[in-house]
Design a protein around this ligand. Structure first.
Ligand code: TUI
Length: 314
């Protein structure tokens, strides 16, 4: 059994969150992870209120366990989703790709547990000041929008920066990696890429196949020049984008290339125009299985690795 400040705070069995992957993490995936004892999270991404509302209602119908909603703060609909989570009595809110300070008062008054994703010590300290309940420290091994630091460098610094419980994210697909972050002071983990292989993960089969076949060097980061670095699979799209980026394409041209690319990957499996977000751990994700089997496998590995960690100490 694993018990940490996170399992206690949320009333869940395992300190494992499923990351809020835009266009991917729907009510079905989130409910499956919550039913397995972790915390499933619905991603709002760039979706409008009605879409997210439908997924929240779906999750409520599929589980009576807590689940969360992730708000992508660069979304034009972020304000609407910030209100929606209050109206729908969502238990946990995570945020990404920005600073959620302006919403904190309303969320705390509504009794929501707020757990922002941070990629720097400064943001961790700010989130503590404005009332965050815990933090997710996400290293640049992760898929999607990435910060500068790796998980092994970031997590202990975030742990030392505040007294809040810290979950680690980025570069975690198995129990050994989860245990490594616990040794750095994390008391929970968040995984995204591993859940792309879940039976309940409703992505285009081309996307799933790409993840299952990926090797160690299969991801790359694009978008640094426009200030939105994003890790994705090294597809024709990613190569074309990188080429444009480093051959003087205008910001408008890059914007045009990027617009709608996440949806095209997830819904259409379009390798030429879609952006297949993935963490570096894709190479370790080799079979399709249920969300429950994924949660149980990682938690068993975490427990065994932590127990075995004393073997060199005499
Ligand atoms: O948010 C993510 N990962 C994401 S969001 C996303 S959707 C997207 N679509 C188009 C362009 C960009 C993204 C895909 N993947 N992870 C959490 C995360 N948040 N990582 C890093 C941060 C972060 C970065 C800056 C958090 C706070 C922050 O603050 C900056 C500031 O000072 O406002």
């Amino acid at each position: 059994m694993i018990e940490t400040p996170i399992t206690k705070m949320l009333g869940i069995k395992y300190p494992l969150f499923q990351g809020g992957m835009a266009w991917i993490a729907d009510g079905e995936l989130a409910a499956s992870v919550s039913n397995a004892g972790g915390l499933g999270i619905i991603a709002a991404g760039n979706a409008p209120r009605e879409v997210v509302e439908k997924e929240i209602k779906k999750a409520k119908g599929l589980t009576d366990k807590p689940f969360g909603v992730n708000i992508m703060l660069m979304s034009p609909f972020a304000d609407d989703i910030a209100n929606l989570v209050v109206e729908e009595n969502v238990k946990v809110v995570t945020t990404g790709a920005g600073n959620p300070s302006k919403y904190m008062k309303a969320w705390k008054e509504a009794g929501i547990i707020v757990i922002p994703v941070v990629a720097s010590v400064a943001m961790a300290k700010l989130m503590k000041r404005v009332g965050a309940d815990a933090l997710i420290a996400e290293g640049g091994e992760s898929g999607g929008h990435v910060g500068e630091l790796t998980t092994i460098v970031l997590v202990p610094q975030i742990v030392d920066a505040t007294d809040l419980p810290v979950l680690a994210a980025g570069g975690i697909a198995d129990g050994r990696q989860a245990a490594a972050t616990f040794l750095l002071g994390a008391v929970g983990i968040q995984m995204g890429t591993r859940f792309l292989s879940a039976k309940e993960c409703n992505i285009n089969p081309v996307y799933k196949e790409k993840i299952l076949k990926a090797n160690d060097l299969c991801t790359m980061v694009t978008g640094k020049r426009v200030g939105h670095p994003v890790r994705s699979l090294r597809t024709n799209f990613a190569r074309k984008y990188a080429e444009a980026e480093y051959s003087g394409a205008s910001d408008e041209e890059l914007d045009r290339l990027g617009t709608g690319a996440l949806r095209l990957a997830v819904k259409e499996g379009d390798l030429e125009n879609g952006c297949f977000l993935s963490g570096q751990v894709a190479a370790m994700v080799n079979k399709e299985e249920s969300a429950e089997d994924i949660v149980l496998d990682v938690m068993k590995g975490l427990e065994e690795t932590l127990k075995g960690a004393m073997k060199w100490v005499k």
